[in-house]
Design a protein. Structure first.
Length: 342
């Protein structure tokens, strides 16, 4: 063995990572001691394609496809997959593969570095489940408050309005004098009632329930533009008349959050909302021409808006994509299946 190879082997066996090397054909020719200790198998059994025997059956095709694409492009790539440990337990691995080149630039194959990320995935899963329960609790609390606003406070305001109108009518045998301020009081009461009704509808959107997602989105955009005095262009195309209720609610809540964020932070001159449907999914895109932001920092800013949007999409098997940078506006895309996974 060449001295350089011995030096590399000694180094690779002592780093806290699982390392492998492959040749020009992509077939693996070396695994360090940590890899062999993890799998509990001898080196000869791992060479060439033997290492794939320990990959989880559900991940084999994905691994082969990634390796094949990287071999063609000779570009760095990353993949996560499950690998069977010596005790039979499958563990999640995060693998980064690097193209190897000689000093003259000639390509010699790949090197790979793997880390066991099972605990991290379990922690993320537990956090995601907790966030999901929080979102569900928020929705239930919204329904409760909306019902109380509509049935209790709204009804009380309506009764008070009728009583004010009655109090403003002249009584038989009286001087028929009216109270000058009564009409103004009644007008203010109507304003309060409208605000309560608007708040109740935001918490539990009746438009969504009775008229469907497309009408609810159009109505929300009109009302937002009226209240915030911010132009909103809205288009809805190919929306099924009765999408799954949870999918419809999740997209509607995402729209509300995106509009709210734009109003509070973007300083935009206008917003464009596009809701479209295909044979298998619904796509909501909200774009503004405002100040923009750094998405990487936004996740850690302490706000729950983006987190709740992402969690809502996750719950229905959808995805949230954010495209933005400071000074160049923002684009928020939500993709949701027509029927969420069971």
């Amino acid at each position: 063995m060449h001295p350089k190879e011995k030096c590399f082997g000694a180094f690779a066996d002592n780093v806290p990572a699982m390392i492998w090397l492959s040749g020009l054909d992509g077939q693996r020719t070396y695994f360090n001691k940590r890899w062999l200790d993890f799998t509990g198998r001898p080196l000869q059994s791992q060479l060439q394609g033997g290492w794939m025997d320990a990959v989880h059956p559900d991940d084999v095709t994905r691994c082969l496809d990634s390796c094949s694409k990287s071999l063609d492009s000779r570009q760095e790539f990353r993949i996560e997959y499950r690998l069977r440990r010596y005790d039979g337990e499958y563990r999640w691995m995060r693998e980064t593969c690097f193209p190897c080149r000689e000093p003259d630039g000639s390509w010699t194959g790949f090197s790979g570095v793997c880390f066991d990320i099972t605990e991290s995935k379990d922690a993320i899963g537990a956090l995601s489940r907790t966030t999901g329960r929080l979102v569900e609790a928020m929705d239930q609390e919204r329904i409760r408050i909306a019902k109380e606003l509509h049935d209790d406070i709204g009804s009380s305001l309506s009764i008070l309005g009728i009583e004010l109108m009655s109090a403003d009518q002249p009584v038989s045998g009286s001087s028929r004098q009216k109270y000058p301020a009564m009409q103004e009081l009644f007008r203010k009461l109507q304003e309060i009632g409208s605000k309560v009704s608007r708040l109740s509808d935001q918490l539990q959107p009746s438009m969504l329930k009775y008229f469907g997602l497309a009408k609810a989105v159009e109505s929300e955009c009109r009302e937002f533009a009226r209240i915030c005095r911010l132009p909103v262009t809205c288009s809805c195309n190919n929306i099924p008349p009765s999408p799954d209720p949870l999918v419809a609610l999740s997209l509607f809540r995402a729209l509300q959050e995106a509009l709210s964020n734009a109003a509070r932070h973007s300083r935009a001159a206008g917003i464009v909302v596009d809701l479209s449907g295909t044979s298998h999914e619904l796509i909501l895109v909200v774009t503004d021409d405002g100040a923009g932001f750094d998405p990487a920092q936004a996740w850690f800013s302490g706000g729950l808006g983006l987190i709740s949007m992402r969690e809502r999409m996750r719950r229905i098997g959808g995805a949230l994509e954010i495209s933005s940078q400071p000074g160049h506006g923002a684009k928020i895309s939500c993709r949701a299946p027509l029927v969420p996974p069971v």
